[in-house]
Ligand binder design. Structure first.
Ligand code: GAR
Length: 217
């Protein structure tokens, strides 16, 4: 069955682009039914037809709750199976998260639980991490704290700057997000009792992306 995917994005949209390429190439049986943004100028929006875009500026709303309610209504209107936060940079309120609980995922540029929040690449360098990377996790009200489904690791090089490290992580984010969506949309990965399961087996650590772009425990 073709999965209906709603994507939330605030900027460039390279992860959205990766999803759309995977769909076009038959690697992901899904349809991007809507792209939603808190930044009407976001490049990500231009990747889909105007009929599939929703964007609004939080400044134009009386409160965070009012913006979240409008965003939530717009997402609900496209009846998504999955809501994918792909570079969505605004904190999601608890009511909005609960509305899509269990079917909202986020891609975050660190090996969670390390470096929740912003500036993850600079913080990995400052911490002297030998390994950095990206995680796909279920969204819960606490920031970047939901169950981690899958990760891609990238070795840190002594010559790295935050920008070079970010670029290498981003290259791995795209196959990580696609491989995770393949498993989620096929129903092979799911959360039960706050634990991620793959093919009925409980996972004690997140799935890891190998160099061929496959996920395994
Ligand atoms: C990605 O690196 C993603 O992991 C990060 O924003 C970038 C978006 O790139 N997300 C976060 O930092 C969320 N806290 P993209 O717009 O090219 O997909």
């Amino acid at each position: 069955m073709t999965a209906r995917i709603a994507v939330l994005a605030s900027g460039r949209g390279s992860n959205l682009q990766a999803i759309m390429e995977a769909i076009a190439e038959g690697r992901l049986e899904a349809d991007v039914v809507g792209v939603f943004s808190d930044r009407p100028e976001a490049t990500a929006l231009s990747k889909v037809a105007s009929s599939r875009r929703w964007a609004a500026s939080p400044r134009d709303f009386a409160s965070r709750a009012a913006f979240d309610a409008a965003l939530g209504d717009a997402i609900a209107a496209v009846t998504p199976d999955w809501v994918v936060c792909a570079g969505y940079m605004r904190i999601l309120g608890e009511d909005l998260v609960r509305r899509f609980s269990g079917r909202m995922i986020n891609i975050h540029p660190s090996l969670l639980p390390k470096h929740r929040g912003l500036d993850t690449h600079a913080r990995a360098l400052e911490a002297g991490d030998l390994e950095h990377g990206a995680s796909v996790h279920l969204v819960v009200p606490e920031l970047d704290a939901g169950a981690v489904i899958a990760q891609a690791a990238v070795p840190v090089q002594s010559s790295d700057t935050a920008a070079t490290l970010a670029a290498r992580v981003l290259e791995r984010e795209h196959p990580l997000l696609i491989a995770t969506l393949q498993l989620l949309t096929a129903g092979r990965v799911y959360e039960r009792g706050a634990t991620i399961h793959l093919d009925g087996q409980c996972l004690f650590t997140p799935l890891r992306l190998d160099s061929a772009g496959h996920l395994s425990p």
